[in-house]
Design a binder for this molecule. Structure first.
Ligand SMILES: [Zn+2]
Length: 158
């Protein structure tokens, strides 16, 4: 597992921004420009985020080359989730209203999940038992390891 290293010496660093200060979840992999974390959400266990490491507010603040780099990482995470979990749907989202530091959500969705078919941010529609993480085809540690392997292949110098 990678260790989170804040970019405190970078000109973009915002001390009051959560994604500048903290990893934002379980560290899966960190490259020079981005990191992949897994969000610890009991309702949505297969929920990853691709975070651009410098503090950037909007998608169009990135160069086209950096946008392509981010989309390559999002693509790799989605492919692992599809191959290992066979979800009903993958949800991709980039909102940033609460935390305006560029990040993409990559979320495996299932027809049994508590908000299906609404977005994960909708009110809960049903109780889920057994617990969501127990319903996944693989455990979270091996899933993290597969995601890390897939995105490591995209890191410059890898
Ligand atoms: Zn930030």
């Amino acid at each position: 597992m990678s260790t989170f290293q804040p970019l405190e010496s970078d000109a973009s660093f915002q001390p009051d921004c959560e994604l500048c200060r903290e990893a934002g979840g379980v560290m899966v992999f960190q490259a020079r420009h981005w990191r992949v974390i897994r969000v610890e959400d009991e309702a949505f266990p297969a929920f990853y985020r691709v975070v651009w490491r410098p503090h950037v507010r909007e998608w169009t603040d990135l160069s086209l080359a950096h946008q392509a780099e981010v989309l390559g990482v999002v693509d790799a995470v989605e492919r692992v989730l599809r191959a290992t979990l066979s979800p009903a749907k993958i949800n991709l989202a980039s909102l940033g209203n609460m935390t305006p530091h560029l990040h993409w959500h990559v979320i495996a969705r299932f027809e049994w999940d508590s908000r299906w078919p609404a977005p994960i941010w909708a009110p809960s529609a049903r109780e889920v038992a057994p617990a969501p993480r127990e319903r996944l085809a693989v455990g979270l540690d091996p899933l993290d390891a597969q995601v890390a392997r897939a995105v490591a292949a995209l890191a410059p110098g890898a």
